[in-house]
Design a protein around this ligand. Structure first.
Ligand code: SF4
Length: 460
């Protein structure tokens, strides 16, 4: 760990996660439903191009204190039907903007439900929502149809409904099996509950099972995390996401309940990640991108080796769909070079849909310069490298990004990346700090004061 202490001192600092570029804090409030409608109309003309679709189900039974998602906490299941009806109404509005009265000519290559807890919905509502969406937006052959489930509330009947409807990939949160950690984050979930869902999904023929872990949670220790990893490997998921806990209590008020002095930080937090990394490699997983691992024969690992991985708000994918339409409270669409985020509270989103308005509250249309930088950042987080030839050639790249390459020089000295005549290559150590490398190309990031204001989580 001593080897890392100096790197941590330099590079464990606040920074974006780059689930989008430009990142959400710089999106604009004057990007409206009308702007989104124009982008949808333009996207509707690109006949035959694949499209991604995301649905956000915000409801959860109880709040997990570490959570960073947009949620609505309730046990009232009479809310299911009105929510499903409004999502379908929003989908119809989007469909009308995309193709007028015609049938959509853009097949859905990736259809994903996230939350919140999508399996807050009972089997009937699951079926109704999925069928309603599929009728408007038909699936492409071989589409990825995926869902996030919470093993604490998901039944075998729901799993069977999902499989029958056409869902073929499933993802579930575990975070940590250590009871002390689970109590501290207010998410008590037994191994048996989790195993039952993994086994049920496999029996029903789901093509891929993903499990999420989180490191940096309160009271996590190496010994406890190693036990969690041993239990994880008994489940043998096809994919694992191992996220850094983003402690942002100034944005997520419920995180103030988490005792600050119980949080592993710096070298202790990195040690948890390195422990996980070693365990994944020993069990035959490959690092496919930032925080994500897959078995060697998983399609994501194969795509990563071929340099054909893509990333959007839903995570890593083999599907190259450029546009994503998203429905539900707070969801984010990415259409024709622009981001559009829906109203972030349930009443505001409901009000807009009920008034037959696309419920957009903010967004951003990317400039050509944004597109160029976005594609560099995507190369860094999907391929751990940038090939100059893919970005206009070595000399134009060096001229255009002279300042950025200069800013990367200390990272080259520190062994985080190499720069050769063909491009930039992120080293094994550099992968731990890849958000810092992306930050060098982020033209919207304030360069003053190390971004140390309360804005982003830490990069490690
Ligand atoms: S179940 Fe998931 S989305 Fe809901 S509060 Fe817990 S972590 Fe957040």
């Amino acid at each position: 760990m001593n080897d890392y202490s100096r790197l941590l001192a330099c590079y464990d600092r606040p920074g974006p996660r780059y689930t989008s570029y430009p990142t959400a804090p710089v999106w604009r409030d004057d990007y409206t439903a009308e702007h989104h409608r124009e982008r949808l109309q333009a996207a509707g003309q690109r006949h035959g191009e694949p499209l991604s679709l995301y649905v956000h189900i915000p409801y959860c039974n109880a709040m997990c204190y570490f959570c960073g998602c947009a949620t609505v906490i309730t046990q009232r299941h009479d809310k299911e039907q009105p929510y499903v009806d409004r999502v379908l109404a929003e989908a119809a509005l989007t469909h009308a903007a995309l193709v007028g009265g015609q049938e959509s000519t853009r097949p859905i290559a990736q259809h994903h439900w996230g939350g919140g807890t999508p399996t807050f919905l009972g089997p009937e509502r699951i079926e109704r929502l999925f069928e309603g969406l599929r009728a408007l937006f038909p699936l492409a052959d071989g589409a990825e149809v995926s869902i996030e489930v919470d093993p604490r509330v998901t039944t075998q009947e729901q799993l069977a409904t999902l499989a029958r409807s056409g869902f073929n990939r499933i993802s579930m949160g575990v975070q940590d099996f250590d009871p002390k950690v689970q109590h501290a984050i207010h998410r008590v979930q037994s191994f048996d509950e989790t195993e039952a869902i993994v086994r049920g999904a496999r029996d029903l023929g789901f093509l891929s099972v993903n499990v999420d872990l989180v490191y940096g949670l309160p009271f996590q220790s190496i010994e406890g995390f190693q036990r969690t990893l041993e239990q994880l490997h008994r489940l043998s998921p096809d994919r694992i996401a191992c996220y850094s806990y983003a402690h942002v209590p100034w944005l997520k008020k419920h995180q103030t309940v988490i005792p600050e002095d119980a949080l592993p930080r710096g070298a202790d937090k990195l040690a948890l990640y390195l422990c996980a990394l070693q365990s994944f490699v020993e069990h035959g997983y490959e690092a496919i991108g930032m925080d994500h691992f897959a078995k060697r024969d998983d399609e994501l690992a194969i795509a990563a080796r071929r340099g054909a991985l893509h990333r959007n708000f839903m995570g890593y994918t083999t599907q190259p769909a450029q546009d994503m339409i998203a429905f539900g409270m707070s969801s984010i669409s990415e259409v024709d070079g622009a981001f559009a985020q829906n109203e972030k509270t349930l009443p505001a989103w409901e009000g807009a849909v009920d008034a037959h308005r696309l419920p957009v509250v903010r967004g951003l249309r990317r400039t050509e310069e944004d597109e160029r930088r976005r594609s560099i950042i995507l190369d860094l987080i999907c391929r751990f490298g940038v090939t100059f030839a893919d970005h206009g050639g070595a000399e134009p790249f060096r001229q255009r990004y002279a300042t950025e390459l200069q800013a990367l020089e200390p990272m080259v000295q520190d062994g985080l990346l190499t720069i050769d005549p063909t491009g930039l290559r992120v080293t094994e150590v550099g992968r731990l700090f890849v958000r810092n490398l992306c930050m060098a190309f982020d033209a919207h990031l304030p360069r003053d004061a190390d971004n140390s204001g309360p804005r982003f989580s830490r990069t490690v």
